[in-house]
Design a protein around this ligand. Structure first.
Ligand code: NAD
Length: 248
């Protein structure tokens, strides 16, 4: 198993990409703290991991709140003795529109969760990693963090910022046995995306070189590889998991 004996946390794991990734991490032998503001979803994921023979716990945590973020790291260390792996995945996008119509409140909400939330999580995790002598972080960025994403000003700015946080931390901590990478998923078929309806899913699929959207399993596989020792020489990278969309 790729993550045998590792203690981990993942934010935004109550649904979608985070849910599938948490399950895959547990299946690969990691103990997993599922963190989300969605208590029902988070507890369901933990119950399903436990029923499948894995080890997981749920902790309510809002990535925009410093005390709750610090508490999630402390919880893993207090419960399992160390924090080895962290996936900063919680995120959302604002309602699409043009920049001149974007309210400062909508901007602040997206930046607060996607960018500041990722910073607060990395800050707490890195403090622990420095103290214990190592660790691995994977951030969920997006293709929107690598190229223009029409109509998504705040989301694109936030995800470009997540790429910057990833690359900067990778170099700042490279001598301390800490690796920091990100994934940049393309358009992934999560329950939230399916809820837009078959017509919208067909439109998104046509935009992809592959002619289909990606699955949460395909993203989770990349995250688990980046968490594992198989990627021991990989740091500061942004792994595109998008069926070739960035290159088309
Ligand atoms: N689905 C896609 O096509 C796609 C593409 C690229 C990147 N992403 C990124 O993947 C990540 C997961 O997205 P998803 O598509 O699985 O969405 P999702 O809505 O299914 O999952 C996101 C989870 O984050 C949680 N969350 C929201 N705000 C939070 C907060 N403040 N603190 C803690 N948890 C919070 C939600 O409750 C939810 O469970 C996001 O960062 C998203 O930007 C998604």
């Amino acid at each position: 198993m790729l993550l045998e004996g590792k203690n981990s946390l993942i934010t935004g794991a109550g649904s979608g990409i985070g849910e599938t990734t948490a399950k895959r991490m547990a299946a690969e032998g990691a103990k997993v703290l599922v963190v989300d503001v969605n208590d029902k979803g988070g507890q369901r994921v933990v119950d399903e991991i436990t029923a499948a023979g894995g080890t997981a716990l749920f902790l309510h945590g809002d990535v925009t709140k410093v005390d709750e973020v610090d508490a999630m790291v402390a919880f893993v260390v207090d419960t399992w003795g160390s924090l080895d792996l962290a996936v900063n995945n919680a995120g959302l996008a604002e309602t699409p529109g043009l920049m001149h119509e974007l309210s400062p409140e909508a901007w602040a909400k997206t930046i607060g969760i996607d960018l500041t939330g990722t910073f607060l999580c990395m800050r707490a995790e890195l403090r622990q990693f420095v103290a214990q002598g190592g660790g691995v972080i994977v951030n969920t960025a997006s293709g929107a963090g690598l190229k223009a994403t029409p109509g998504l000003t705040a989301y694109s700015a936030a995800k470009h910022g997540v790429v910057g946080l990833t690359r900067t931390a990778a170099i700042d901590y490279v001598k301390q046995n800490i690796r920091v990478n990100a994934v940049a998923p393309g358009t992934i078929l999560t329950p939230a995306m399916s809820s837009f309806g078959d017509e919208q899913v067909a439109t998104w699929s046509e935009l992809m070189p592959t002619g289909r959207m990606g699955t949460t399993d395909e993203v989770a596989a990349g995250i688990v590889w980046l968490l594992s020792d198989q990627s021991s020489y990989t740091t500061g990278s942004v792994l595109e998991i998008d069926g070739g969309y960035m290159q088309a």
